[in-house]
Design a protein around this ligand. Structure first.
Ligand code: CTP
Length: 410
């Protein structure tokens, strides 16, 4: 999970440090943003050390990580918006949330990075209040919390116990760090992707010519792996069929390694019937050597050789023919240059799929073997542009589009 933590002013900010330690220990990546008053309680250096990433306070500050989370590649371009961070997050937790920050959230104010991020968030937002009992019980605070709940924000109720003010006891203690983390994890498990079975193919196939040579393509598997990671972060049960991908793997997804188009086809045939959503992101060879040699082809003087290629099966089209009516099928169309969009539109019909994600691989910096991508999504209901962004973000927008498609057809 990519957790964005917004820390507002309060003595309980020290507990947010422990939360960062717990979350990173559990394998999540965390970015922290602070309000100016939070810094008076816990300085940015402590959060930066524990999260392994710079801490931002101001909307006007440049993010050295360009909106990415620790362990992820830096996008090649600087995001225009200071809100890139919240766009990339799977969950946004405000902890501790002071009475003042809660009031601002309820009023829709955006006067600092934490409140702006809350307004811009499309991921689940969680708010963990921490304050003096009298402030918590004040009708203004209670009305603000009720309003936030109504809007779908998860309020992590404060506990009862010893408060910061010497000798005071009552409600208003920030929930314990383990509880905060569990609430974030749970928020991701209750969405529409929770338990959904997602099959993603990724990478590019290798078709042997002889014992040591093969025909390949430039696909790195990044886009497919990003889709798998985004779906797993939303609680889906993800299986990735990976064709020659040398990238880090998400421990919440399972992986099947294949080499050739035929192996990829067999792996898909076996697993597709159980899948609710199938995303065919792999660059599958359309042709393979008809008679691969089992030994190494040797040169004979300067004589030219001819390689005969035969067609491979169109896996996606076959899956579409045998599909369950409730399955969603997504194909990719990596087209080169002019006329690409028209060819991609034709694929929607020809392959009988629900969505074609078209990218123009002739464009610099996107598509094959790049960190970024830009897609045009084509469905029977129309077209949608996803502008250039890191593949992790493109993946989340693709999942949102699939979700809308399911909503429209169901
Ligand atoms: N695909 C597939 N099986 C193949 C080739 C492609 O399932 N043998 C899938 C890809 O994973 C992708 C989509 O089909 O989702 C588009 O692939 P592409 O090769 O661009 O499409 P083709 O139908 O081969 O179109 P073209 O006529 O442009 O080659």
């Amino acid at each position: 999970m990519r957790l964005l933590l917004g820390v507002s002013g309060g003595i309980a900010a020290y507990k947010a440090l422990e939360l960062v330690r717990l979350a990173t220990g559990a394998g999540h990546s965390v970015r922290v943003i602070e309000t100016a008053s939070a810094k008076r309680f816990v300085g940015s250096a402590s959060f930066a050390a524990l999260s392994g990433a710079p801490v931002l306070t101001s909307e006007f500050e440049r993010d050295p990580l360009r909106g990415s989370f620790p362990g992820e590649p830096l996008p090649e371009h600087d995001p225009a918006s200071h809100l890139a961070l919240v766009a990339a997050a799977d969950a946004f937790l405000v902890a501790p949330a002071s009475a003042n920050t809660i009031a601002k959230l309820a009023g829709g104010l955006a006067d600092n990075l934490v409140t702006s991020a809350a307004l811009a968030a499309r991921c689940p937002v969680l708010v963990a209040p921490a304050m003096n009992t009298r402030m918590l019980e004040h009708p203004a605070t209670q009305a603000n919390l009720a309003l936030l709940r109504e809007r779908g924000i998860t309020i992590i109720d404060p506990g009862v116990g010893r408060l910061a003010t010497h000798g005071e006891h009552g409600a208003g203690r920030l929930a314990e760090p383990a509880e905060l983390l569990a609430a974030c994890e749970a928020a991701l498990q209750t969405g529409p992707w929770s338990g959904r079975r997602v099959l993603v193919t990724a990478g590019g196939t290798h078709e042997p010519i002889d014992a040591v040579r093969y025909i390949a393509n430039r696909s790195s598997g990044r886009m497919g792996f990003a889709i798998a990671q985004a779906a797993a972060a939303r609680g889906a049960e993800v299986t990735v069929i990976a064709a020659n991908v040398a990238l880090p793997r998400d421990r919440h997804a399972s992986y099947v390694d294949v080499t050739t188009a035929a192996e990829l086809a067999a792996a898909c045939d076996e697993r597709a019937p159980q899948a609710d959503v199938i995303v065919m992101c792999a660059a599958v060879a359309d042709f393979r050597p008809a008679a691969p040699r089992s030994s190494k082809l040797a040169r004979e003087g300067n004589a030219a050789i001819t390689l005969e290629l035969e067609s491979t099966d169109d896996i996606l089209a076959r899956l579409a023919r045998g599909r369950r009516p409730d399955q969603v099928l997504v194909g990719f169309a990596a087209e080169h240059g002019e006329g690409g969009l028209a060819r991609a539109r034709a694929k929607l019909e020809r392959k009988q799929v629900d969505l074609i994600a078209y990218n123009d691989v002739a464009q610099e910096g996107i598509g094959f073997d790049a960190q970024d991508n830009a897609l045009t999504l084509i469905s029977a209901n129309g077209e949608q542009q996803i502008p250039r962004a890191p593949k992790a973000q493109i993946a989340r927008e693709l999942l949102d589009a699939i979700e809308r498609l399911r909503g429209e057809s169901g």
